[in-house]
Design a protein around this ligand. Structure first.
Ligand code: FMN
Length: 400
């Protein structure tokens, strides 16, 4: 659940207090939780409790301006990878089934593009009421997921079906909606390198390249989304740490190589997306080189070939993926690199293509694998490319 974005809707049922346990359990698994409550729900539990448990402000009112100045019902709907209404009243279920959006919760549900789960809780007669049952069926037919209420002691003093399903069942439904456990990467250890390296000439100058790190960060985030345990070894970038990944900073190729070796034991998949400098100055001046001394003659030496080291290692991960940034002869050069370094997959970047390569939010690549397969992906977001690369990795993992 680490970093997964979950919206928890709470409506006015006596079971609203159980939403506290759900939010707490999600937070214990490092999920990023936002709570939206109906006005009735606040009669049962205080916003302060859910604010403390979720670590974020609780949204209740449609016309409150949220701190980031976005429109709350849209921003909440866009934020969630999954939304769960627990407990869901007969009223909320009926309103959503009828297309009514007269408060923040129902409006958010209406605007949500993510899966929405309802966990009803109500008096057994309310649950058995044919109108409620028809509403549930209508919503199920539209793709909404229901975690059926359980039989047990109800606040009305009877023991019948209507109790909110157990927190474990709610968590299982959330995991299912998020696809956790479905991916071959679930539970696997994935290491990704990203960004440029800096090879210092003197204390104020370095050799580097324009890599932004966006491709590697997108890969790390997508792998974490698929349930992998991700370590991201990153050169200097301006990007925030991706959700769900452990970030390790490294500046030079040497430092990156050391960090990779240190984290290699137990790694199942290695993706070398960093633009590691190939050469570094043989000598680094301790003090700033003076302009007045004239242009220095730089003698360069090769930096460690990180991906070749990983591939040749006794602890070689099951799948080793490299990137090739080429300006000419894309396929020939990429396949050569795949063979030379004994990689399983190489993602070849045509730097001459529009919208591809360094710094851009988009990329166009061809994925070549060791079995001779190739897949061309036209210019699209780095997030989508990351998903394609991870699909190819999953395919290879399936054959191991
Ligand atoms: C003490 C009490 C307990 C209630 N428990 C439930 C319940 O478990 N499920 C339900 O559907 N309605 C329950 N209701 C009725 C709802 O609170 C009422 O229908 C309200 O309008 C729901 O508002 P909401 O759906 O906007 O949260 C309860 C009302 C009271 C006073």
């Amino acid at each position: 659940m680490r970093g997964r974005k979950i919206v928890v809707g709470v409506s006015g049922s006596i079971a609203a207090y159980k939403a506290c346990e759900l939010v707490s359990k999600l937070r214990q698994q490092d999920a990023d939780v936002r709570v939206v409550m109906t006005r009735s729900a606040t009669e049962f539990v205080g916003t302060a409790t859910l604010r403390a448990l979720s670590g974020r402000n609780v949204a209740c009112e449609m016309f409150d301006v949220c701190p980031d100045e976005q429109i709350e019902h849209v921003s909440l709907a866009e934020f969630g990878e999954v939304m769960i209404v627990a407990p869901a009243t007969a009223n909320v279920i009926g309103k959503v089934a009828a297309g009514v959006c007269d408060d923040l919760l129902t409006t958010t549900i209406s605007a949500a593009a993510c899966p929405v789960i309802f966990a009803p809780a109500m008096n057994w007669r309310m649950w058995e009421n044919p109108i409620t049952q028809a509403n549930v069926k209508r919503l199920q037919a539209l793709g909404y997921v229901f975690v059926e209420p359980e039989e047990g002691w109800l606040a009305c003093g009877e023991s019948k079906a209507g109790r909110l399903a157990s927190t474990d069942k709610l968590l299982t439904a959330i995991e299912k909606a998020l696809g956790i456990g479905d991916s071959k990467l679930a539970g696997k250890q994935v290491m990704v390198t990203a960004g440029p390296t800096r090879e210092w000439v003197d204390p104020v100058r370095f050799i580097s390249n324009p890599s932004s790190g966006k491709m590697g960060y997108a890969l790390a985030e997508e792998a974490a989304r698929r349930g992998a345990k991700v370590t991201l070894i990153s050169g200097p970038t301006a990007l925030p740490a991706p959700a769900g990944a452990e970030l390790v900073n490294a500046e030079t190729a040497e430092q990156m190589a050391e960090a990779v070796q240190q984290h290699l034991p137990g790694t199942d998949v290695f993706v070398g997306a960093a633009a590691v400098a190939d050469w570094r100055p043989v000598q680094q001046a301790d003090a700033k080189l003076k302009k007045s001394q004239g242009a220095p003659e730089l003698k360069l030496e090769a930096t460690p070939d990180i991906i070749a080291q990983v591939s040749a290692s006794a602890q070689r991960p099951a799948v080793v993926v490299g990137f090739a940034a080429e300006t000419d002869d894309l396929e020939k050069n990429a396949r050569q690199k795949l063979d030379d370094k004994a990689l399983d997959i190489i993602v070849a970047n045509d730097l001459s293509a529009p919208g591809a390569g360094f710094g851009s939010d988009t990329n166009a690549v061809t994925i070549f694998d060791r079995d001779g397969n190739s897949k061309q992906i036209d210019t699209t977001t780095k997030r989508k490319i990351a998903a394609e690369v991870l699909d190819s990795i999953e395919q290879l993992l399936g054959t191991h």
